[in-house]
Design a protein around this ligand. Structure first.
Ligand SMILES: Cc1cc2nc3c(=O)[nH]c(=O)nc-3n(C[C@H](O)[C@H](O)[C@H](O)COP(=O)(O)OP(=O)(O)OC[C@H]3O[C@@H](n4cnc5c(N)ncnc54)[C@H](O)[C@@H]3O)c2cc1C
Ligand code: SF4
Length: 427
């Protein structure tokens, strides 16, 4: 059987592995290791902050090794998941179909989404057990005409324990992550190699013949008839750059900024994360306890249970890049203006919740949806293949997104990865 190498095991990579195994003999190369949810209680860990143990967000890896944090300009930090399941393991389980920009290119992913809804449980059943703080915020959003909608979630959320730890890894196996697809691929015979950092694609005679990767101190070439890159929006462009295939300066990241206030014993951090969403022009708003700000931002010195917080997630300007030389990404004037608009709305919500302006504080700008550096265009609508790449080299992750979404991308990435897999099966 022909050999396929899939690089990465997140939303895109695990999907491709599941869809291709059997048609190809698939080997998944994953830079990280197995993922473990973080087990310690937040209240106890929060006390360690007073000893100054946490001062740099990159230290989050001491607590959750899968959390990869990189500083960008303007005090913004970029976050992604490194390990089996990629960033899906630290996601908050939001399941929105976000393919409007793809449709505008003439790409119809209806069949792929129909498959997804058969394979991935999606529900808003968590709504039945929202805590008081969430119900109060929902009512305020309604009063203000913000049209909040319960957030559809991936997983068996009717059994959700409302512990609020989704982005630390669900300890109860309720939240769906891409390891479920990876396990299906393995059951069909796919091989998964962890601790294997792919550096570049080997190209000979205009075809990809394999990838060059580092495992521990040694380097290997893994030969292949087909290579699919799904190392995520920050990983795939670096591999392509190292292989002499430049991407575009179109990096988008969906920056998140939380506006928070003191609310004694509200215990928002113990409810389901992002329980509902309000979609505005260019950003969404949702209740969100921001763990990174809680640990590393000096404004967040209150006990976890005394903080109420609302996130603004922005569809940022597609401007920036990453390569082996580093990240080049900052907020534009327009991004800042839009964030300011979001802050004003969040402050009004918090005022109605009973907070005074003097007790409000902001979080760190954190961005966790990198992508867009090899965006699909009408030219690739049928092939999902960029002319810059050899015929047997594909990309199947957030790198393909034509525009920043300002919204959860996992379902849409899975749909694109399914389409890439179909095309590869037919080739
Ligand atoms: C805190 C947080 C919460 C989020 N919540 C949601 C949510 O609720 N809903 C939603 O839709 N989206 C959410 N997202 C975003 C979503 O998780 C990502 O956009 C999505 O997982 C990206 O999929 P991907 O396949 O492009 O990359 P990833 O899922 O990041 O997978 C990339 C994989 O490649 C591996 N890799 C990287 N470099 C290499 C290399 N050189 N060699 C080998 N392997 C490599 C990585 O370890 C990883 O396994 C969240 C993101 C964050 C940070
Ligand atoms: S709130 Fe807790 S139980 Fe529910 S999905 Fe998130 S981590 Fe799992």
């Amino acid at each position: 059987m022909r050999k396929a190498i899939v690089v990465g095991s997140g939303a895109g990579g695990a999907t491709v592995a599941k869809e291709l195994q059997g048609h190809y003999d698939v080997t998944v190369l994953e830079a990280g290791r197995a993922f473990k949810p973080f087990g310690m209680g937040l209240d106890g860990l929060g006390k360690l902050r007073q000893f100054g143990l946490f001062f740099d967000p990159r230290e989050i890896r001491l607590v959750i090794p899968a959390f990869q944090v990189r500083p960008a300009a303007d005090d913004m930090i970029l976050v992604n998941g490194l390990g089996l399941g990629g960033t899906t393991t630290i996601s908050t389980g939001n399941a929105l179909r976000m393919d409007r920009d793809l449709k505008a290119l003439g790409i119809d992913l209806d069949p792929e989404f129909a498959e997804i809804y058969r394979e991935v449980p999606v529900t808003t059943a968590h709504q039945d057990k929202w805590h008081t703080v969430t119900r109060q915020l929902f009512a305020i959003f309604q009063e203000l005409g913000l049209e909040p909608q319960p957030m559809p979630k991936m997983g068996e959320y009717e059994r959700c324990r409302h512990c609020g730890r989704c982005q630390l890894g669900c300890p109860h196996g309720i939240k769906w992550d891409s390891r479920r697809f990876l396990n299906l691929a393995r059951q069909k015979g796919a091989r998964v190699i962890t601790g294997c950092q792919v550096e570049s694609v080997v190209v000979q005679g205009g075809r990809a013949t394999g990838v060059r990767a580092k495992t521990g101190w040694s380097r290997h070439v893994f030969p292949a008839d087909l290579v699919v890159l799904a190392a995520g929006g920050l990983g795939t462009p670096v591999i392509l750059d190292n292989s002499g295939m430049a991407c575009e300066r179109r990096l988008s990241v969906d920056p998140v900024l939380c506006v928070a206030a003191r609310s004694p014993k509200c215990r928002q951090h113990n409810d389901v994360t992002m329980p509902f969403v309000s979609s505005r022009d260019q950003f969404i708003l949702s209740p969100y306890f921001d763990h990174l700000s809680f640990f590393f931002n000096r404004n967040w010195r209150l006990p976890a249970g005394d903080i109420v917080s609302i996130m603004i997630k922005l569809a940022d300007d597609d401007l920036g890049s990453i390569s082996s030389r580093g990240v080049d990404k900052s907020l534009t004037e327009q991004d800042r203006r839009r964030l300011d608009e979001g802050v004003a709305v969040c402050k009004e919500v918090l005022r109605r919740f009973g907070a005074g302006d003097e007790g409000m504080f902001l979080g760190t700008v954190i961005a966790g949806h990198p992508g867009g550096m090899l965006p699909l265009t009408p030219r690739e609508a049928a092939s999902f293949h960029s002319g810059r790449l050899p015929d047997n080299l594909y990309v199947a992750d957030a790198t393909l997104l034509p525009k920043s979404l300002g919204n959860p991308p996992i379902l849409t990435i899975i749909a694109m990865a399914k389409r890439v897999s179909k095309i590869c099966r037919q080739s």
